[in-house]
Design a protein around this ligand. Structure first.
Ligand SMILES: Cc1cc2nc3c(=O)[nH]c(=O)nc-3n(C[C@H](O)[C@H](O)[C@H](O)COP(=O)(O)O)c2cc1C
Length: 222
């Protein structure tokens, strides 16, 4: 007997061009496709500098400037009843604005380091939130991505209060092997997570908090 299909939550990512007519059309198509939420990427309003892409004239080689503003986000909320999650939050001030404008969740992300050289990693941004505005952790659901390669990376983000972690490249590479590869990555990560959590003495992942990691900068250098 086959297992009943698990409920999958679908939250497609979208880029918008700040033209409300065209963007409404895009949102309608996503709604009609049965999405549960939208993830609006906010870290790429000027495209990105990808030298290799430019050299070979492939994807992301073109610059398209988009004027995304908080007013526009408010306008979009009137267009759809779907929750609009904001992806690409790279600092405390943006996270605070997201709360002010009623974002249901934010994704702390520097786009996997693909968009702006020098932009901080999710780990650094989360440490900044803990230092400067820890109240944000209770005000908005926080997800994070970027550089998650092992179960221990997931644990560190969970320790900082993240509720979900995104993973890009590992699944892209695994996909060379199709479903089998993708399932294998998930199994490996789950196993690593279990082992590391067990060695930390956790009975449940829900128990983890920031005290499980020593966050002192340059700890080993003294
Ligand atoms: C091939 C590729 C394409 C991506 N395309 C998008 C995209 O269209 N929109 C977006 O918001 N992020 C995009 N990302 C970034 C991911 O959503 C995510 O932020 C990043 O991959 C996380 O870092 P990681 O790859 O180190 O796990 C892309 C990432 C990769 C690897």
């Amino acid at each position: 007997m086959s297992r009943p299909a698990a409920k999958v939550t679908r939250f497609p990512q979208l880029y918008l061009n700040a033209n409300i007519t065209e963007d409404t059309e895009t949102i309608r198509r996503i709604e009609n496709a049965g999405a549960d939420a939208l993830v609006l990427t906010i870290d790429s309003s000027a495209g990105s500098n990808r030298q290799r892409a430019v050299r070979f004239g492939v994807g992301s080689a073109n610059t398209q400037l988009t004027r995304l503003t908080w007013d526009y986000y408010d306008q979009l909320k009137d267009v759809t009843s779907l929750p609009i999650v904001l992806k690409g939050v790279t600092g405390v001030e943006t996270a605070k604005k997201a709360v002010e404008h009623g974002a249901p969740a934010i994704v702390i992300s520097n786009h996997g380091g693909r968009n702006l050289d020098g932009s901080p990693s999710a780990l650094e941004i989360l440490l900044e939130i803990h230092r400067e505005a820890p109240e944000l952790l209770d005000q908005v659901e926080i997800w994070a991505d970027g550089g998650v390669r092992y179960g221990g990376d997931i644990l560190k983000l969970l320790a900082l209060g993240v509720r979900a972690v995104g993973i890009g490249w590992p699944y892209m590479f695994a996909n060379v092997y199709g479903t089998e590869g993708v399932e294998r990555v998930t199994e490996m990560l789950k196993r690593e997570l279990l082992v590391d959590a067990g060695n930390l003495g956790l009975e449940s992942l829900k128990e983890i908090d920031s005290t499980y990691v020593n966050w002192t900068p340059n700890y080993w250098l003294g």
